[in-house]
Design a protein. Sequence first.
Length: 297
Amino acid sequence: MRSIRRLLPGVTSAPASRLGMVRLVVGGYTLWYLSRQRGKFRKLARTDASQFEPVGPVRVLEKPLPVPVADALIDATLASTALFALGAGHRVVGPVHSALLTWTLSYRNSWSMVFHSENTLVWHTLVLGACRATDAASLDALVSRRAPGGPHPRYGWPLQAMQAASAATYLLSGVAKLGGTSGLSWTSGGAMRRQVAIDRVRKDVFGSDRGATAAHALYPHRSLFTGFAVASLALELGAPLSLLHPKAGRLWALATFGMHWGIRVIMGIRFRYQLCGASFASWFSLDRLLTLLRGVR
């Protein structure tokens, strides 16, 4: 039992500035993303009601919201995102923003395909909205002028919770692959190769691709897809190992970041939250950036 306990991660301490920087990165990404998608969200809210299939918390609705209400909720989410990123009035803004973002993304997914890649962003926001993420690197801290003190578990557990949410997401993805029709034979790369080919043909036929990908060049090389399949499945099923030690977590985060860029290059699929690195911010000591900036001054 003692040897097992040594392997299990406990709640570690972290400086308030590290948590604050992660909030800033996640909030900043969300503000950028929602600002770019605002027009699309408004358009979806005006779609034929027969296309409405509520998911998540939106299942409380039997029919779509009136368009003015849907538009107001989108704009309210944008406003709360800006305050969340800046770290203003977090005791109220944090939970409100978490609720609004969860609703807005769920409402968007109720009109089209479900974008599972947004789940991690929602979970991360829920964690950040429920903790003291503005004790440093925020307007709240600037106004109060109170020093947060040294590293403390109150700033460590939210980072670990975000890491656990990410790990669970990838683990479920790996389990889903093994539970599919291919089973363990998915590691041969054949299923991935077919998926890449089908995606490429669809984009060629319908002209939906916005840029060239490496799919045509790589398709003849079967052994490459075997390597890609084994590596991706290892990263997904091995995601919980990233929680055992900070160095293991950083290595896993960097490798998974690279995997998403590989998907982008080969298939042109953009997992924006992961591609920009914001999804992996909790694994890194972003507070050191503040130290460097102070040194420059």
